[in-house]
Design a protein around this ligand. Structure first.
Ligand code: FEO
Length: 166
């Protein structure tokens, strides 16, 4: 594997690990602020990011590269509202999608079609994740800011999504 592609995957491993910790910290915020459904949803989402991280690690090791772990930034721990938290999630997922697309572009540039094919799974995964978060945000907007009953129902729905594997 070309060194520049290996380096890009190592950086992606770090981003997926950070995503996992970001959502874990968000889940904690939800749990202590009365949103048990959103907490369950985000604990699960944090686990999924950890699986993404592992997927990149195994791929790199299998392709005669070597996965390396890097220092991580401290995730944001406080949020003004549940809606603003989900806006942050969407923004973060867009950042991750851009990063995945950049790796894909690099694999094509280097004619590394094996890695390009592997990255394809993540491109589709990012479309799903962004759509899911947008749907949740749309529901929150419909519920309106500060509408406790609306938020209560959305939280319940997030709990159901987490239990059914969203
Ligand atoms: Fe691993 Fe949510 O992207």
């Amino acid at each position: 594997m070309k060194k520049n592609i290996e380096q890009a995957i190592i950086e992606q491993i770090q981003k997926e690990e950070h995503s996992s910790r970001l959502y874990l910290q968000m889940a904690i915020w939800c749990e202590i602020n009365g949103f048990p459904g959103a907490a369950a949803f985000l604990y699960k989402h944090s686990d999924e990011e950890r699986l993404h991280q592992l997927k990149f690690i195994h791929f790199l090791n299998d392709r005669e590269g070597m996965a390396l772990l890097k220092p991580l930034e401290t995730p944001q721990s406080d949020y003004p509202s549940l809606k603003e938290m989900f806006e942050k999630i969407l923004e973060h997922e867009k950042f991750i999608s851009a990063s995945i697309n950049q790796i894909y572009g690099l694999t094509l540039q280097e004619k590394d079609y094996t890695t390009a094919s592997f990255i394809h799974w993540f491109i589709n995964e990012q479309i799903e994740e962004e759509t899911l978060v947008r749907t949740i945000l749309d529901k929150m907007k419909l519920a309106g800011d500060g509408q406790n009953r609306g938020l209560y129902l959305i939280d319940k729905e997030l709990g159901v999504m987490a239990a059914s594997g969203h």
